[in-house]
Design a protein around this ligand. Sequence first.
Ligand code: 5RP
Length: 285
Amino acid sequence: MNFGALGWGKTNRLAQMFKPNQDGEYHTVMLAVDHPYFYGPTEGLIDPRKTIRPIVPYADAISPAKGTLEYCLDPFVTTPVILRVTGGNSLTRRDELSNEHIITSVDEAVRLNAIGVSVSVYIDSDHQTQTIKNLGTLANQASKYGLLVLGITAVGATLEQRIKGEGAGDDTFDAARYFAHAGRIIQENGADIVKTYYCDNFEQVREGIQVPIVIAGGKKIPEQEALEFTYNAISAGANGVDMGRNIFQAEAPAEMIQAVKSIVHEGKTPDEAMVIYDELKQGTP
Ligand code: 5RP
């Protein structure tokens, strides 16, 4: 992974969340818990003090919004924080999901001891320009403090329908082309890390993006399938995951994050990781 272009502060913050494996490759397992900023109290995050606190220590980094961080998470846990700072939308207005603004300032992120901020960018939406500008503004401010910027390839309601396998689906939609296009624009406008979705031909996405890539989990699917796309993403060059629902909505969230880590950091196959998951659940590793 190329840490070279960054200054000492950003490099040190990246090193807090990306861990080297035996081959000297850097990977991360981030736990995404930012959903309530536009979902409200969603399953698994209704009271994060009960559901998320116990699994935070397993994560290499967490990505909450400010409300969950300040009121629900333990400040004595040293897991690095990438703070969600854009919002202004709500699932009650699905057609307006892309209308995001900067809600939380970089100064607030510094006060909360975050190592970075996350921002959604909605390419090919009504608010494409506005959300790219959010990213650029935050990147300029964050660089003053050496904070990392995680740029999220956000899929609003319309696009979600077009992605194969989501909603009604659309066989003519070329997901790899879209995610390569969106991810590179996110890199060029200031992101130090690009968050995107796994798709067929993911190598095309990887080839056009030089910063570290982390994969979102998406809607809850069976544990075996989530482990399979994690494995496929890492094999195709992703540097890790920023996974939410497929961890905190799993039957056993603490065991699931450990199974995901076994793939990302130890190179286990999905079947091996599933055995680890089952054994941890039974208390017989
Ligand atoms: C929206 C987001 C989500 O809030 C979240 O981080 C995604 O996590 P998952 O899909 O794994 O539940 O990034 O753009």
